[in-house]
Design a protein around this ligand. Structure first.
Ligand SMILES: Nc1nc2c(ncn2[C@@H]2O[C@H](COP(=O)(O)OP(=O)(O)OP(=O)(O)O)[C@@H](O)[C@H]2O)c(=O)[nH]1
Length: 528
């Protein structure tokens, strides 16, 4: 992976979960036909015809043939491996490493080694060995292998807690999860390199692959694994190694978290990357029985021997403790900042809500008197009318018109007229009860809605108002108190076959005009 790949990959930080949640990683599958999610055309056709795809050395291919056979025994594995002395040596070293050796008893034969590390880990060792010697040795694969081994160790440690019987399988799948990158490089060296160069992390590489091919390197890797003849459960696992993290599928969780752990480890700014990972661990804390700090320590412990065994340049070791503390502080600061932002947002929402309420109220008010305006009066009366019909209740309306108001305006000016209207509104408001709605219907006309009130109650209200007007002046002209009188029309729902609110108002208005006609300063109730 020379030509810039190593450098660009080192910028990765996190894996973007993409795609839908697959089924569980299958049990060991030795069938020759593997049912993988299909690769989009024409990309699939190009891949199938590509004759520069990485291939595996003969010894590895032999071991894979054994792995596919349903009746393969440990002995068959051992035999296939023993044909390659370097591979045998690698497997024995692995079996005798601190992690696998039991009570210091050494494995001396290939068969013992296979039995000790398990079939999947044997395959992992064989594959990593094969890939290192495959026809891509001109490429600098260090970054890819470092990511692979960190992910493999992380997946295994997570699996040991969540699904111990799958630990070996998950180690192998995680180790091979990025082999799709090798196929993409073989297929589209220049274009793919260009994409990699312009990406800033694993997330953006996956997005770039999606737009270039319609699928990402996990799907491509699954295809390549099947093409190489890897058992189906491994090819499946590789194909599904990207995607949502779900607490309900522990195997997928181990696998899909392993990449981000490796990315954080290899990130050029580990505290930032670890901070994102910490956040993921926190959201999954109910499911994950291990802290990120413990997981990183465990990976750190085994990394040197594993990289040596698999012949990979060791990734930089770092002080997990210090970095995690830094990441934790970052997370804490972020949480504080988030809380502050939420508070500010909440305050902003409160202010907006208050403003909206104010605006709503203002839109219901008459600007001069502060009473309900005509639109609001009519809307309320319509609602009330409907309610009375539905619940067999009653209501009354009182229509009030100031007498000779034109003359008052003409004599004393509009300003004084306005003052009279304002003071009249106060008197009116004081004459109604709580629950009644008094408003200015227009000009010098006012309307009061009296819910659950018959005409007698409305008449009492009209009397209170008239009484108030006799004692309270509405303005002063040259020091002389100015009093007004009003003509009042009353209509009660019980007193006519009113079809709607409009008819009720018209009835009250008609009664008010009767009063005008008979000399003003009085009240009348509508009777059919
Ligand atoms: N100052 C002031 N006058 C208004 C306002 N709205 C309407 N008017 C005036 O109120 C007067 C109403 O006059 P008319 O409808 O003839 O009624 P009126 O003079 O009270 O006579 P009657 O109702 O028959 O007693 C008009 O001169 C309008 O200009 C207002 O907001 N302020």
């Amino acid at each position: 992976m020379s030509r810039g790949v190593n450098k660009e990959f080192s910028a990765y930080q996190t894996v973007a979960p993409t795609g839908e949640m697959p089924e569980m990683i299958c049990e060991r599958d030795t069938s020759t036909t593997i049912d993988l999610p299909p690769l989009p055309e024409p990309f699939h056709g190009r891949l199938a015809e590509c004759n520069t795809l990485p291939s595996l050395p003969a010894a590895v291919a032999r071991v894979l043939t054994v792995a596919r056979s349903p009746d393969a025994s440990l002995m068959d594995y051992a035999k296939a491996i023993e044909e390659d002395p370097a591979l045998t040596l690698r497997l024995l070293s692995l079996a005798n490493s601190a992690y696998y050796s039991r009570r210091g008893i050494e494995s001396h034969t290939c068969q013992e080694a296979v039995s000790r590390v398990g079939l999947d880990t044997t395959l992992a060792a064989v594959m990593s060995f094969g890939l290192a010697r495959a026809n891509m040795t001109s490429l600098n694969l260090d970054y890819l292998w470092q990511r692979a081994i960190i992910a493999a160790l992380a997946a295994r440690h997570l699996a040991e807690r969540l699904c111990p019987q799958k630990a070996g399988t998950l180690f192998t799948i995680a180790l091979l999860q990025d082999i799709g990158v090798l196929a993409a490089i073989a297929l589209d060296e220049d274009d793919y390199h260009q994409q990699i160069r312009s990406t800033t992390g694993h997330d953006s590489l996956v997005a770039a692959e999606q737009s270039l091919y319609g699928c990402d390197h996990a799907r491509i890797g699954g295809w390549l694994a099947a093409n190489w003849g890897l058992p189906g459960h491994l090819a499946h696992g590789i194909a599904e190694s990207h995607g949502e993290l779900s607490a309900t599928a522990p195997e997928m969780l181990c696998l899909r978290l392993s990449g981000p752990v490796a990315d954080a480890w290899l990130s050029p700014s580990p505290p930032r990357a670890l901070f994102r990972l910490l956040h993921r661990f926190e959201t999954l804390s109910e499911t994950l029985p291990v802290s990120l700090a413990t997981l990183l320590d465990e990976v750190q412990d085994q990394l040197p021997s594993m990289t040596k065994l698999l012949d990979i340049t060791s990734p930089p070791a770092y002080d997990n403790q210090a970095l995690l503390e830094e990441a934790q502080q970052h997370l804490f600061r972020q949480t504080l900042a988030l809380t502050a932002r939420l508070d500010a947002h909440e305050a902003e929402m409160d202010a907006l809500r208050q403003r909206q309420t104010e605006l709503e109220q203002r839109s219901r008010r008459d600007a001069l008197t502060g009473l309900a305006n005509r639109a609001w009066l009519e809307e309320q009366l319509k609602e009330r009318f409907q309610l009375c019909r539905e619940q067999d209740r009653t209501l009354s309306v009182v229509f009030i018109d100031l007498d000779h108001f034109k003359m008052l305006n003409d004599r004393h000016g509009h300003q004084l007229g306005d003052q009279v209207l304002e003071n009249f509104a106060v008197a009116l408001q004081e004459s109604v009860r709580e629950g009644d709605l008094a408003g200015r219907y227009g000009g010098e006309e006012f309307l009061v809605i009296l819910p659950d009130e018959r005409s007698e109650g409305a008449q009492a209200m009209a009397n209170r108002l008239a009484e108030c007007l006799t004692t309270r002046s509405m303005a002063h002209v040259d020091g002389v108190a100015l009093h007004v009188t009003v003509s009042i029309g009353i209509a009660c729902l019980d007193d006519g076959p009113f079809k709607n609110a409009r008819e009720l108002i018209d009835a009250a208005d008609q009664s008010m005009y009767d009063v005008k006609r008979s000399g003003r300063d009085g009240s009348a109730t509508y009777r059919q």
